[in-house]
Design a protein around this ligand. Structure first.
Ligand SMILES: *Cc1c(COP(=O)(O)O)cnc(C)c1O
Length: 451
């Protein structure tokens, strides 16, 4: 690797976080790993996760009183920034009228209308998490087609659904193996895992098993192995392949929906290329920071759901009035100007990241789809999970901590998208830009220290 680097590596002490450390210790005594979702534990980057006591706009404040520019945005949902006054007011008003009735309510109708209006889905059903949305979409696809097999891509994450926590088997078009203990072999015996962006693999799988495949599910643009955009026409190819074989095409827009663009990833390719998924799943942004998610699609498919049809699906808190009020307020405020702002701010940050990493001699690759992007600490195009796995996670860990010590909270894993919001203003962006050169040098030093 390149040698001469004029500026010395910044070895300044990490920002102390005694209150977070104390809470983390208490948390670990009562909760596995001290967290309620694994990536929050900082295992991939080391150190102590910051316990956040409040957030406003683009900023998080931890329990020690330290402020950070938030480039996680709750892993996507906070499109408008934290504690947006209009969303907060709508939620406070909803809460004051009771938080759950177990009956239909007005806001869930309005949110469903908003989603049907923005996306190609004709009918939509609300659930409480993205996991429930994909699980229910697959059940519905199986019920509708009377077939059992599900095709997914390596590196795509669809929540912790048993059948989708699967790794590729020993060859293309062979059945998957469980991706975690606790998932029985029988749950993944019906799952095929293929490499992303690989048309030949899709064709081979459908040639061999086409008449048994209920659905193919894919992230509309993968964001859970870093951002890996579909190659031109790939989603259209998937839709067409499914159609030819009588399988359903399930486009998972839990992350990209209302985030990559006003109409999600579908607005970037489906609307342009003229194809429509049979089923779609949504979450994150559409819940406005509350536990709300949805699946929807063709009216004739959705018609198979209980109580209209025989495929059972239900939820005590589904369509919750507070959550759907937050989602509705968020989507109504997510105007074209918001997406234009995300593009502008994203372009500024991407350019500065590239400049800093280049100056420090750190191999990197920045990939985007719409307003979403991620930074791989590896050379060359990333078109599937094997490419993404070449990322230098120790260089990322050093970069992450140097940014954190300079007031920027990145995702605590090298395989995640960086998220922005409408509230990322000049001060927030400047804080990121100021932190980058030192962080890039810390990443370069971590590469050199490796055995
Ligand atoms: C986050 C995510 C999910 C899972 O959603 P949860 O609400 O965490 O269950 C599913 N699919 C995609 C593409 C996601 O990004």
């Amino acid at each position: 690797m390149s040698s001469a680097r004029p500026t010395p590596v910044d070895r300044s002490e990490p920002t102390p976080a005694p209150a977070s450390e104390a809470l983390f210790e208490r948390a670990r005594a009562v909760t596995p790993g001290g967290v309620n979702s694994p990536v929050r534990a900082f295992n991939a980057v080391g150190g102590t996760p910051r316990f956040i006591r409040s957030a406003r706009g683009a900023w998080l404040t931890d329990v020690d009183g330290t402020e950070y520019v938030d480039l996680v945005c709750s892993w996507g949902p906070m499109l408008l920034g934290h504690a947006h006054p209009e969303v907060t007011a709508a939620v406070a008003d909803a809460v004051s009228r009771g938080t759950s009735y177990g009956t239909p309510t007005p806001p869930e109708v309005e949110l469903a209308e908003e989603i049907v209006d923005r996306t190609p889905v004709e009918r939509v059903r609300f659930v409480s998490s993205g996991t429930e949305a994909t699980m229910s979409a697959i059940r519905l696809a199986r019920g509708f087609t009377g077939r059992d097999l599900v095709v997914k891509f390596a590196g795509c994450y669809h929540g912790h659904v048993d059948a989708l926590l699967a790794s590729a088997g020993s060859g293309l078009a062979t059945f998957a193996v469980p991706g975690t203990p606790g998932v029985p072999q029988s749950a993944t015996d019906l799952t095929l895992v293929l490499p992303y962006n690989d048309r030949a693999a899709v064709e081979a799988a459908f040639a061999e098993h086409g008449d048994r495949i209920a659905c193919l599910i894919t992230e509309a643009a993968p964001g859970n192995m870093g951002v890996v955009p579909p190659e031109d026409g790939f989603n259209a190819f998937l839709a067409e392949t499914c159609r030819r074989h009588g399988a359903l095409f399930v486009s998972d827009e839990v992350m990209t929906g209302f985030r990559a663009s006003r109409q999600g990833q579908w607005g970037l390719d489906g609307a342009v290329e003229g194809w429509v998924p049979d089923l779609m799943t949504f979450g994150k942004v559409m819940g406005g920071g509350f536990p709300a998610a949805a699946f929807g699609g063709r009216a004739d498919v959705m018609h198979q759901l209980a109580p209209e049809g025989p495929v059972y699906q239900a939820g005590t808190l589904s369509g919750n009035p507070v959550a759907t009020t937050a989602g509705l307020a968020t989507l109504r405020l997510a105007t074209d100007e918001v997406y234009a702002h995300l593009h502008t701010v994203g372009d500024t940050i991407k350019a500065a990241v590239a400049e800093a990493l280049t100056a420090a001699g750190v191999p990197h690759r920045i990939q985007s789809t719409g307003t979403m992007f991620s930074v791989f600490f590896a050379d060359g195009a990333v078109r599937d999970f094997a490419d993404a796995s070449r990322t230098d996670s120790s260089a990322y860990a050093a970069f992450f901590h140097a940014m954190l010590d300079r007031g920027v909270h990145l995702p605590p894993s090298a395989y995640e998208a960086w998220f922005l919001s409408a509230a990322h203003d000049e001060r927030a962006v400047q804080t990121v830009l100021d932190a980058l050169p030192d962080a890039a040098r810390a990443a370069a030093a971590a590469r050199e220290e490796r055995p």
